[in-house]
Design a protein around this ligand. Structure first.
Ligand code: COA
Length: 260
């Protein structure tokens, strides 16, 4: 896969997607959003890819937001379309069916923070800064930040961030549960890869159904969520992976999962 504003590299089942506009702190212009959509569509349907790391190019930024130059001239119709398009791309990432880790290597602001929120887990470097400064520009979150942020860190903390537009540093992001761990800058990709490979060692269907159960279950009443979980549990009992995983345990050997 080749793109103008993204780098996509795959090795041993793990893909690294790098937003690559470092001179603009990897700001998401419309082209980049379209490329992210195409890249994740391809990665989602490629069975050889079992996990993805998303990061930003350069030393300073993960993604410093939507491209303000494009936002500055938008009509109401453009604005709504842009918001809906971005939401769909982030939904595609969240619904990929395989784990996606955001390796937050610097500023993750506005749409960049929302992009990190759509990933399943966030690992931050010590220099990372996250925030939703849209209100400082006279706009507001448009890539579901008003929805994912309170679900992740709680309504009060989310509203503080959303209404002040102030950034939090990596340690504070960790304290409030916005990122899962903080690591030295030079260790970011290594630590993200190590975490992702731990996940990828497990049954691919187990990961996929777990992601589905959590994502769908949190949005419906508890009883319905439990029923959905039980249904997925029943479905996974039909899988080769279940036979292999349980058999491997009993035979005291590592399992070889096929995702079938
Ligand atoms: N959209 C478009 N361009 C952006 C951008 C964005 N969201 N964020 C940074 N850039 C561009 C700058 O305009 C600058 O371009 P130039 O060199 O052609 O002038 C370049 O990236 C470097 O940014 P700069 O502001 O010079 O870096 P800095 O270290 O002084 O400040 C930030 C870093 C992140 C604090 C600052 O760039 C910033 O506040 N960016 C906007 C963040 C934001 O509001 N995001 C939400 C958008 S909805």
């Amino acid at each position: 896969m080749t793109f103008d504003n993204l780098l996509v590299e795959t090795r041993e089942g793990l893909a690294i997607v790098t937003v690559n506009r470092p001179d603009k702190l990897n700001a998401l212009n419309d082209k980049t959003v379209g490329e992210l959509d195409a890249a994740f569509q391809a990665l989602g349907s490629d069975d050889s890819v079992r996990g993805v790391i998303l990061t930003g190019a350069g030393e300073k930024a993960f993604v410093a937001g939507a491209d303000i130059a494009e936002l500055s001239t938008q009509s109401p119709i453009d604005g709504k379309d842009r918001s809906v398009r971005g939401q769909h791309v982030l939904d595609r990432i969240e619904g990929l069916g395989k784990p996606v880790i955001a390796a937050v290597n610097g500023f993750a602001l506005g749409g960049g923070c929302e992009l990190a929120l759509a990933c399943h887990v966030r690992v931050a470097s010590e220099n990372a800064k996250l925030g939703t400064p849209e209100v400082k520009l006279g706009i507001m979150c448009g890539y579901a930040g008003t929805q994912r942020l309170p679900r992740l860190v709680g309504r009060g903390r989310a509203l503080e961030m959303l209404l002040t537009g102030e950034m939090v540093d990596a340690q504070e992001a960790w304290r409030i549960g916005l990122v899962n761990k903080v690591v030295p800058r030079e260790a970011l990709l290594r630590e993200s890869e190590a975490l992702l490979r731990k996940m990828m060692a497990n049954g691919p269907l187990s990961l996929r159904f777990t992601l589905e159960a959590v994502a769908a279950g949190l949005e419906v009443p508890f009883d319905e969520a439990q029923l959905f979980e039980a249904t997925l549990f029943g479905l996974i009992c039909t899988s080769e992976d279940m036979k292999e995983g349980t058999k491997a345990f009993l035979e005291k050997r590592p399992a070889k999962f096929q995702g079938k």
